[in-house]
Design a protein around this ligand. Sequence first.
Ligand code: PLP
Length: 392
Amino acid sequence: MYDAARELDRNDPLALFRDRFEPLEPGLIYLDGNSLGRMPRRAAEDVILAAKQGWGQRLIRGWNDGWIDMPTRLGQKFAGIIGCEPDEVVVCDSTSTNLFKLASAALRDLAPRRRIVSDASNFPSDLYILQGLGEVVLSDDLATDDETALVSFSHVAFKSGAIRSFESVTAVAGDAFVLADISHSVGVVSMDIHQVPLAVGCCYKHLNGGPGAPAFLYVRKDVQDRLHNPLQGWIGREDPFSFHIDYQPKQGIERWQVSTPSVLSMVAMEAGLDLVLEAGIGAIRRKSIQLTEYFIALVDAYLPEFVLASPREPEHRGSHVLLRHPEAWRITRALIEQANVIPDFRAPDGVRFGFAPLYNSFEDVAEAVRRLQNIMETKAYEAFAAERPTVT
Ligand SMILES: Cc1ncc(COP(=O)(O)O)c(C=O)c1O
């Protein structure tokens, strides 16, 4: 098992990127980069510098030193990651807030239609936001009708890792708006985002932007003038420092900003974006497929008690794999607390393994499977309590 893994690592063109991340304690295998990506070494240095020199010395002058442009400057970097134009993405707010803004705008544009089509594998926060805005109809094939204003879906499903292709959604969406949540695919799956008009996503998973990093929002050029931000904050207003008392939106993508940018968080996330750009999304996707293929082959060979709950065909799978087992919770605890392997648990019975091509090696995969096999053989998970804490 290890010989094959080492051979794959020797031939890995991305192997050196692992050293660009803050080292972990010896022996720890981190397979949760699809929840919270690891910290690029440069991120900490950038934050310290921005805090000491920018916040510490430049103070209010920092805004004109570049802080105020960070949402659009970082947004331009997404062109090399999702295939958009540089002025189709802005970095701001959270994924949930951005989803609210775009979904509201789409509903307003197509009023009086109020129907929103989504599916049960979408992220719950997305569904909650949509439920607060209109009549949500859940349908596995996302079929629309004349009353549908919006189709909202996850590009890669947070539990199963299944990819729903943009083409398959636009084919059934008619003239309703299509809004993709690309949180689990951005930075790890190649895509042509121009196939959909609207998208949101977070930067703390495969973009390695840090805990609670600001999110991003994409609006395709052809619909930018048509849609209006319902959160009419001053930073989305034309010339905010005129302090006019009436709202007048900025042109283009900038109108989707609401509030003062979170400068230090944006500084922290830039290193992660740069690493993805340097490695190239094509090479990242190729290694992601190799990692998940290798993991699934080892599960088939050594862990027959688990049920694979992710697609077998690599083209239909993102960069995480869900295994089902009735004891999934206690097995996850044993992996983390005893075997020093960090995946995550997804209710009711899933252990989710995320593979990050920039820092996971094939040897990580082999070693994680070997440790899991040991837990299953010794039933080590039986020593752990069945109760679950708030965050799993
Ligand atoms: C697919 C997906 N969408 C939306 C969210 C919500 O993001 P936030 O809490 O940053 O609003 C998450 C959070 O993990 C997510 O995984």
